[in-house]
Design a protein around this ligand. Structure first.
Ligand code: NAD
Length: 500
């Protein structure tokens, strides 16, 4: 076991340095410094301002890779100008595939639920890398921009296994998978299938699935019915902020981004430019995320001591300006500053909360984080290999204003003397040819689908025939993209159009 753990530390922008200083002072007061060393790294606004559009220099990337853990404050995302969110970049760069967020009613944090005596305690595991967060976007015509949504089997497997393993550790009885597989049958369908597959290794955990819109309503009406929910990236992003709202807001919901080699612990709120420099920011979210981080690296005793001190301080009524429960004895009209808030927690170190369950403090704990050797290059993750597939057609995406019948006439001419026939034209996913409604409004971008003619043996043609057809079409039309239609082990690898 390592005798010491190294944690890369990025204070962040805006209120970031204020709340990070407070969190580190608190952790050191609890003896964390004996086992952990914080290694400063520069990223965010200062790096963007130097002209680095990624927001993080190679040197900082190496430091984080060496440490295996990053503790970070909120960071400003440059508006416009092509600079991407450093938060998303970090999650993707280091393959932190699971975002784990815990939503727990805290003493002293008043919500509509706490007022009615409801104590919430559930978590969301959000897939953290794929989905629309690939940010693969293109303008494909005058009027249309597309975003490519990728969901992979191994990416889904990683997040589902993490969810089930965490649920097992926490002794949870049931996990729900949230999704929109009723509409996105292939992508969300895969995410849901892999959830069911992962569940087989965890027979003691009950499972359920819920369509994401119903999930949102259920969470507002009866949040206590959930213990853990696993979701694809975008849906998870939205639902987890909704969940944070149920327990008092983003300031009370810690967040861990877990990867195989590197994990990131951060506050999920932003840089709060309106209160920056005033010394009044609430460090709770960052402290709670830091406590998750200490458990992740094996410092269970220190984490439990800190959690208990924090709960004990909160239940007296200690609060910053953004929250508070006036019914508590220690509530003061004048809120605590960030420094006073942390001093209030330090004063409670060694105590346990009286109104809520205390964390069990182990006798002793030392770092357990071990590191696999640094790989020589990027690794490919796989779930399925050698699936038998063959080409049955192709979809071409065309920048065109032609009416569906006029476009069909042109396309049918191109298909003469090829193994393909035109079977479908759709616009924004709705079939507009050979049948449809004249009331379907069209934009200047459409899909034409060619499938192999009767008599052509499936599997007898390859991609080159589709490319040859593409080549012909591009002599007259702007084809902005194409997708092969393939059958995988006898199952269609493509969806039907709406109305087909
Ligand atoms: P924000 O979370 O910074 O602020 C929203 C409101 O919440 C403000 O009134 C702010 O004062 C308050 N608030 C936020 N954190 C607080 C805290 N710890 N204590 C007390 N009050 C707090 O959201 P925003 O204004 O939309 O974004 C500001 C900047 O933060 C943007 O540049 C955005 O890109 C960035 N941001 C970063 C992250 C991150 O790093 N994880 C997340 C969200 C936004």
């Amino acid at each position: 076991m390592p005798s010491r753990v190294y944690i890369a530390l990025a204070p962040g922008d805006g209120i970031g340095p204020e709340i990070m200083d407070a969190a580190v002072a608190l952790f050191n007061a609890a003896g964390v410094g004996e086992w952990a060393e914080f290694v400063p790294v520069e990223m965010g606004k200062a790096t963007f301002d130097k002209g680095n559009t990624r927001g993080i220099a190679d040197e900082a990337v190496r430091t984080i890779e060496d440490c295996g853990v990053l503790f970070k404050g909120p960071m400003e995302t440059p508006k416009g100008g092509g600079g991407k969110s450093i938060n998303v970049t970090l999650r993707k760069l280091f393959s932190t595939y699971a975002n784990f967020r815990v939503f727990k009613t805290l003493p002293g944090v008043q919500t509509v639920y706490s007022k009615s005596g409801l104590q919430l305690d559930f978590s969301i595991v959000r897939e953290n890398i794929e989905d629309t967060y690939g940010g693969i976007e293109h303008r494909v015509s005058n009027d249309v921009i597309q975003c490519k949504r990728l969901i992979s089997a191994p990416g889904s497997d990683q997040v589902h296994r993490f969810a089930f393993q965490t649920a097992r550790q926490l002794g949870l009885k049931k996990i729900f998978c949230g999704h929109k597989a009723n509409i996105m049958k292939l992508t969300d369908g895969l995410f849901l299938d892999r959830f069911k597959f992962a569940a087989k290794d965890f027979p003691e955990i009950e499972t359920g699935d819920v369509i994401v819109d119903a999930l949102c309503m259920n969470l507002v009406i009866k949040p206590q019915q959930y213990q853990m929910i696993v979701l694809p990236n975008l849906q998870g992003d939205i639902v987890s902020d909704l969940a944070a709202g149920l327990v008092g807001g983003l300031g009370f919901a810690p967040s861990a981004n877990i990867g195989k080699h590197i994990s990131i612990f951060e506050a999920v709120h932003g840089t709060a430019p309106d209160i920056t420099g005033k010394g009044i920011a609430n460090p709770t979210s960052l402290i709670l995320s830091g406590i998750m981080m200490l458990r992740h690296v094996g410092l269970l005793k220190q984490a439990a001591i800190l959690e208990n001190a924090m709960l004990a301080a909160l239940e007296t009524g200690l609060h910053t300006g953004d929250f508070g429960d006036p019914s508590l004895p220690g509530f003061t009209k004048q809120p605590a500053t960030t420094a006073q808030f942390v001093q209030g927690i330090i004063a409670k170190l060694g105590e346990k909360p009286k109104t809520v369950a205390a964390a069990v403090v182990p006798e002793q704990s030392t770092p357990t984080l071990t590191r696999a050797p640094r790989p020589a290059t990027q690794q490919t993750i796989r779930t399925f290999a050698n699936v038998l597939s063959h080409v049955t057609g192709c979809d071409f995406y065309i920048d065109s204003n032609l009416t569906p019948p006029a476009l069909a006439e042109e396309m049918q001419r191109f298909a003469q003397d090829t193994p393909f026939k035109l079977t479908l034209i759709s616009n924004r996913g709705t079939q507009v040819w050979p049948s449809g409604s004249v009331y379907t409004e069209c934009v200047d971008y459409c899909r034409v689908r060619f499938e192999i003619k009767e008599g052509v043996t499936p599997g007898s043609i390859g991609q080159s025939r589709a490319v040859a057809l593409l080549d012909k079409i591009t002599e007259k039309f702007l084809v902005t993209g194409y997708e092969l239609l393939r059958i995988f082990d006898g199952v269609k690898g493509y969806s039907m159009a709406q109305g087909q």
